[in-house]
Design a protein around this ligand. Structure first.
Ligand code: FAD
Ligand code: NAD
Length: 477
């Protein structure tokens, strides 16, 4: 076995790539994983899921200490913010988790090659070290490796807005917004999607005035409309301002911040909006540049994503792709599950990802969590469906916790009662949705969930009640 020749070389060590590498090694393949950022874990661990959730959790504690404990008889005399300590906690969590993956690579004998990978041709990968040296190419040099199989797991990057230059100082992407040196007086977020609402919430809780400018007439456009509207109302009550159906046409640095030009989405009179920091959060696009995909003949679709078949194989034999760089929701757990399946396929086994049951969670307060079809999608598909809804105001544990905002909504087939979609807005929605994902995975009916015993008193009883409500017989409302 040569140290320059592998059964599989994975390009990119995000949740897709590192999970695929570990699973393939578990199955006995000789695997290398190339990563250029200097640490493992990809966008998610370094500048995505993990640091954003660290700040969301810490800022929620700060907010609770300031506003949320009085009803429970807990008096906090003076709450102050130590932003440096909050950032240090975030940095430590990220460091621990990324180092944890290095440990997992060693444990599973995955070779970690530090540097930027390119596909010379099918079966051959080049690795150019970017100063770091490492197990692979020497400092600054390029090494060539042989690979029976190559997996592209290069992920995604922030989409830029034409004419608005992200400097990561005053005009930031999510990466800059995760490391601001001080709490901005006024933060304008362009884009009312996952990142805009999560990072907008962090800074709003820490004291910023936050204005969200969204091109469409709704925030969270891909989620169930009723849930998105409810979220908008709750966040507005928390002080977030929304400028819907509005576009930003220019952003200029001024002596004390940024001046934005806004226009109605349909066009019309322009206005200016001054702020301290602008967060551009209008989506992400696949990373395919500099990999040599064109030379290798790997086809992309119209959106610039690598095209794959149901086995994650590109149009070139021996080259596979998964995660944010291919079609589908740009979510870490989707990338991870594809990573497991592609490793099993390369190792001669079979597997599949059920794209009808991939949950999406927005980690604001309250959280929003969805799986399956939205009501809008069912209507558009002409499906005959039933709705069961149950509010947290009628859930005893919600009352105990003083967390009564939100509801559970289950959509089931009007004919056979099969669950087609579920949408939860509530303090613990992200954890609660797992039950309904599993139900959908097993093809459960609303009646199945309704007849399952749920512990009392838990917020999960709201799921059972919503399932009962599908049949028109909830008990507690
Ligand atoms: P990535 O994680 O993007 O990893 C790709 C890796 O490939 C990168 O490390 C990159 O450096 C490397 N790479 C690229 N090109 C090369 C090359 N030529 N050579 C070597 N290495 C290369 N998703 C969730 O499910 N839950 C969340 O809470 C969540 N929060 C998020 C918060 C933010 C602020 C952001 C930006 C994203 C968030 N996401 C979340 C999305 C999630 O991060 C992505 O869906 C996920 O990281 C995709 O995994 P991936 O493995 O496909 O790619
Ligand atoms: P997004 O697609 O979630 O939201 C982007 C928003 O920007 C949309 O509402 C869109 O209508 C709006 N928009 C687009 N162009 C605009 C313009 N010119 N002016 C104003 N608004 C505009 O994208 P995101 O928030 O950047 O996040 C990127 C992806 O990262 C997400 O789609 C998601 O897949 C992933 N992510 C997931 C999580 C999570 O799972 N909790 C958290 C963060 C990010």
């Amino acid at each position: 076995m040569s140290d320059k020749s592998f059964d599989l070389i994975v390009i990119g060590a995000g949740p897709g790539g590192y999970v695929a590498a570990i699973r393939a090694a578990q199955l006995g393949l000789n695997v290398a994983c190339v990563e250029k950022r200097g640490s493992l874990g990809g966008t998610c661990l370094n500048v995505g899921c993990i640091p954003s959730k660290a700040l969301l959790h810490s800022s929620e504690l700060y907010d609770k200490a300031r506003h949320g404990l009085g009803d429970h008889g807990v008096k906090v005399e003076k709450t102050t913010l130590d932003l440096d300590a909050m950032m240090a906690q975030k940095t430590k969590v990220v460091g621990d988790l990324t180092e944890g993956i290095e440990f997992l690579f060693k444990k599973n004998r995955v070779t970690y090659l530090r540097g930027a990978a390119g596909i010379a041709k099918a079966g051959e990968v080049t690795v150019t070290a970017e100063g770091a040296g490492g197990d692979g190419a020497g400092k600054g040099g390029t090494e060539t490796y042989k690979a029976a199989n190559i997996l592209i797991a290069t992920g995604s990057e922030t989409v830029a807005l034409p004419g608005i230059e992200v400097d990561e100082q005053a005009i930031v992407s999510s990466t800059g917004a995760l490391s601001l040196a001080e709490v901005p007086g006024h933060l304008v977020v362009i884009g009312g999607g996952y990142i805009g609402l999560e990072l907008g919430s962090v800074w709003a809780r820490l004291g910023s005035k936050v204005t969200v400018v969204e091109f469409l007439d709704t925030i969270l456009a891909t989620m169930d409309g009723e849930l998105a509207r409810h979220m908008g109302r709750i966040l507005a009550k928390q002080g977030m301002e929304f400028r819907l159906s509005t576009k930003v046409t220019a952003a200029n640095r001024t002596a004390d911040g940024v001046s934005l030009a806004l226009e109605p989405a349909e066009g019309g009179a322009a206005e200016t909006l001054a702020c301290d920091i602008v967060l551009v959060a209008v989506g992400r696009r696949p990373v395919t540049e500099g990999l040599g995909l064109e030379e290798a003949g790997v086809a992309l679709d119209n959106a610039g994503r690598v095209t794959v078949d149901s086995r994650y194989l590109t149009n070139v034999d021996g080259i596979y792709a998964i995660g944010d760089v291919i079609a589908g929701p740009m979510l870490a757990h989707k990338a991870e599950d594809e990573g497991v399946v592609v490793a099993e396929i390369i190792a001669g086994q079979s597997g599949h990802v059920n794209y009808a049951a991939i949950p999406g969670v927005v980690y604001t307060w309250p959280e929003a969590a969805s799986v399956g079809k939205t009501e809008e999608e069912l209507k558009a598909d002409g499906v005959d469906y039933k709705i069961g809804k149950f509010p947290f105001t009628a859930n005893s544990r919600g009352r105990v916790n003083a967390e009564t905002d939100g509801f559970v909504k289950i959509l089931a087939d009007a004919g056979d009662d099969r669950i087609l979609g579920a949408h939860i807005i509530g303090a613990h929605a992200g954890n609660m949705i797992a039950e309904l994902v599993l139900a959908m995975e097993f093809g459960a009916s609303a009646e199945d969930v309704a007849r399952t015993t749920h512990a009392h008193p838990t917020v999960s009883e709201a799921v059972k009640e919503a399932a009962l409500a599908v049949a028109g017989r909830p008990i507690h409302i």
